[in-house]
Design a protein around this ligand. Structure first.
Ligand code: PHB
Length: 392
């Protein structure tokens, strides 16, 4: 264990000889080193950027210190490449001597980080990746998520669509862990309300050649189309969907990941798209209004959901490290994260027994450059966490 506080005793010239008491100078406490794995390149790069901005805002707001220790980030671009994740995470712990890990965006990368965190008994906080297993069958004492599970951010969509009279839909996504979970979650939520999935389409991550799949959708003629895409790939999908002429014929109902952080890059291609997510523009929460003002001042832009998740990761670490008095031992930190409750910009946020937020899921509609808040889909939604025995 590294010392939390080093003291330096210094004898100021001649002090001893003169009989004066030695002066004790306290050196700054040893910094906490956080190994931060996020995408800085590729389709998810914009998500990595705003997560980090949110995280740094939380740190700035606590004077650059958590648990009375300064904080250093050791940042790695994980390229959303699961094959490199274990190596990156191991290096952050051994070579870079990180005290704990934060990351990442891509489910496959987070699964790789989780194995390293487990094997090395270090704390891991996941600020985005939604892989259900991380807080279900694969849940672990020292692994926490501050974002969402993939299940949470798609299942509520089925009722929203059914309530609007939609009975048939096509689903389209990337073929990887998250895409497969969004496809399954969409089917679960839509079928539970009488809907039928008439086409389930995918392309390899992170490809964006959507045209052949859009042709298939046009041939099937569903009443609506749903999807999971995110980041730059989502912007390209919305653009292609509108330009193919499908948008005027078949409405889009999506997980809100597809419309977050990208509206500035589009004209009116996403106008009217309805989505569900754990955040929205225009929420009636004081914590959100304050956060948006501070984020705008710090970064010159309005935040998106990913910025909120980064900020909340910082809030969680601030509270946890304050309880442990700066101690970063995984056992102590995990104990202080158990059952944590706070007022997030997204609303009331409670850490579940499986270590995933229990949170409200909102209905939103794209209006201009905003994912406008139009209602609540489900209050205090908790992931089923099937197979997790933590806290029981
Ligand atoms: C994931 O890979 O779990 C993932 C990536 C981007 C999102 C949501 C989930 O916006």
């Amino acid at each position: 264990m590294r010392p939390v506080r080093r003291q330096i005793f210094s004898w100021v010239g001649g002090a001893l000889l003169s009989g004066a008491a030695p002066r004790i100078l306290r050196a700054a406490p040893t910094p906490i080193r956080i190994g931060l794995m996020l995408p800085a390149s590729g389709t998810f790069a914009p998500l990595g950027k705003t997560i980090q901005q949110g995280l740094r805002l939380a740190l700035t707001q606590s004077g650059g210190q958590w648990g009375k220790r300064p904080v250093e980030f050791v940042v790695v671009d994980d390229e959303s490449n699961p094959a490199k994740a274990p190596e990156h995470a191991s290096r952050l712990l051994s070579r870079d001597r990180s005290d704990l890990l934060v990351g990442s965006v891509h489910s496959g990368v987070a699964l790789g980080m989780a194995k390293v965190a487990r094997d090395n008994n270090k704390l891991l906080i996941i600020p985005n990746a939604g892989a259900n297993a991380l807080t279900a069958a694969g849940c672990t004492e020292n692994i926490f998520r501050t974002s969402f599970s993939n299940w949470q951010t798609i299942v509520p969509l089925g009722k929203v669509m059914a309530d609007r009279g939609v009975r048939t839909a096509a689903f389209i996504t990337w073929k990887y862990t998250a895409g497969q979970e969004y496809s399954a979650g969409f089917k679960e939520g839509f079928e539970a309300h009488g809907g039928r999935v008439v086409a389930d389409l995918s392309l390899p991550f992170p490809q964006v050649e959507f045209a052949p799949l859009l042709t298939q959708i046009a041939a099937v003629k569903p009443q609506a189309v749903s999807c999971f895409f995110s980041g730059a790939g989502a912007a390209k999908f919305l653009l292609d969907y509108a330009q193919s002429g499908l948008k005027d014929k078949i409405p889009l109902f999506v997980t809100g990941h597809a419309t977050e952080g990208i509206l500035q890059a589009l004209n009116t291609e996403a106008e009217g798209v309805v989505s569900v997510l754990h955040y929205a523009d225009g929420l009636p929460h004081r914590a959100d209004q304050t956060f948006r003002k501070n984020f705008q001042a710090a970064h010159g832009a309005q935040p998106d959901v990913f910025a909120v998740q980064g900020f909340d990761t910082g809030l969680a670490l601030a509270q946890a490290l304050s309880k442990t008095k700066g101690e970063t031992d995984a056992k102590a930190l995990s104990a202080s994260l158990e059952g944590m409750v706070f007022d997030s910009p997204r609303g009331r946020w409670v850490m579940s027994k499986a270590h995933n937020p229990i949170q409200d899921i909102y209905v939103r509609e794209v209006k201009g450059k905003r994912n406008a808040y139009i209602g609540i889909a489900v209050k205090a939604l908790e992931d089923p966490a099937t197979g997790c025995t933590l806290g029981s």
